[in-house]
Ligand binder design. Structure first.
Ligand code: PLP
Length: 387
């Protein structure tokens, strides 16, 4: 009776679900696992954000259906932050929409804009939802491999003319998960020119905008002239404010893109609990505090893990942003072989690069989402098994 729809059957298995299963099996054997696999911060949400939520929960006005596109106060806080952070002026009513996390908006965007057979340009390796959203909409993904030789940027010049002319959406994500690559103004200018030439919408995922090190400050696509007419940018409160469980994010950009996404969403969800949006306003009021606190912590963790992995024989460069290390595996291993060895022999969970797409094979991804002692312990265990 419950025969799955083809759209589900044809999906590749969700990477983290598989790893979770394996992890459970190993943990059941009594192994104390150190999980560097998933990008879920170990740190708690800052107390002032929790306090704002506690107050808002008690307010009966917040117990009703929220507005579909987000509370006025939340959208205004987003516009204010964009102005201060990126010098980009947004109209909170038409150029901002609240999301139940960036993931929801990313998936729904394809449903809002792709007809069956429409082409979407999707980087690989990448956050899997650009691909699954395209797939659910019946779209046709065209893979843009991200290779080290290209500094993990897509080679736009290599896209065949007939593909570029028919593509409707280009997905991008810098600072990048999983490669930790960062993009500069020159790259975004090239992207905007390309998208203008071929009339392609740019969807930029800026989830990691505030997780950056050594003075580096990621930029917004919307800073580029002309980008706001053809672009939309997705954000998350999950990483910057340790709020993965709260489910809140937002998108900003072209009013047409925001309107279309909103039309899709209003038929699927009914907005975000207002108390969570009030907490979101408080989070955005004090971005600097949260940012400098987590930057210090992740910088120390990054340095511990980079040093330790080098001592184990890996070649690894310290990333300028994101809380991931994208580490080439030695020639004698595939990504999956090494991941298995780490898990089975050292109780350390990392993610095989090909889980983010075939061009990610030959790499593993480690998340800096565990405390310093756990990272040191993980290094010791890896040293003990050797590579
Ligand atoms: C690149 C990227 N985009 C989006 C998300 C999802 O963020 P959210 O928790 O807001 O749904 C993640 C989470 O890992 C991510 O890495």
């Amino acid at each position: 009776m419950f025969t799955l729809a083809e759209r589900i059957k044809q999906l590749p298995p969700y990477l983290f679900k598989e790893i979770d299963q394996k992890k459970k099996e190993i943990a059941a054997k009594g192994v104390d696992i150190i999980d560097l696999g998933i990008g879920d911060p170990d740190l708690p949400t800052p107390p002032h954000i929790i306090e704002a939520m506690v107050q808002a929960v008690q307010e009966p006005a917040n117990h009703h259906y929220p507005s579909y596109s987000g509370m006025e106060g939340f959208k205004m806080a987003i516009a204010k932050w964009y102005e201060e952070r990126f010098s980009v002026t947004l109209d909170p009513e038409s150029e901002v929409i609240a999301l139940i996390g960036a993931k929801e908006g990313i998936a729904n965007f394809s449903l809002a804009f792709l007809n069956p057979g429409d082409c979407a340009l999707i980087p690989s390796p990448a956050y899997p939802v650009y691909n699954s959203g395209t797939h659910f909409a019946g779209g046709r993904p065209y893979v843009l491999p991200l290779y080290k030789e290209n500094n993990f940027f897509p080679d736009l010049a290599s896209i065949p003319e007939e593909i570029a002319h028919t593509a409707k959406i280009l997905w991008l994500n810098y600072p990048n998960n999983p490669t930790a690559a960062v993009a500069d103004r020159h790259f975004f200018e090239e992207v905007v020119t390309f998208a203008q030439n071929y009339k392609i919408m740019i969807c930029h995922d800026l989830t990691y905008s505030e997780i950056a090190f050594d003075g580096y400050k990621p930029m917004s696509l919307l800073e580029i002239k002309g980008a706001r007419d053809i672009g939309i940018e997705f954000h998350s409160l999950s990483k910057t404010f340790n709020m993965t469980g709260w489910r809140i994010g937002f998108a900003v950009g072209s009013s047409k893109a925001i309107e279309g996404l909103g039309a899709m969403k209003s038929n699927i969800d009914s907005g975000i609990f207002q108390a969570i949006q009030v907490a979101g306003v408080e989070a955005l009021r004090a971005v600097e505090e949260s940012r400098s606190a987590i930057q210090k912590i992740y910088t120390r963790r990054r340095d511990i893990l980079v040093k330790g992995l080098r001592e184990c024989g890996f070649t690894v460069n310290p990333p300028k942003a994101t809380f991931y290390l994208w580490v080439p595996v030695p020639d004698s291993y595939t990504s999956v072989d090494l991941t298995k060895r780490f898990l089975e022999e050292a109780g350390v969970v990392v993610t095989p690069g090909n889980g983010f797409g075939d061009p990610g094979d030959g790499y593993i991804r480690l998340a800096l989402t565990k405390d310093e002692d756990s990272l040191k312990e993980a290094i010791e265990r890896i040293k003990n098994i050797g590579i």
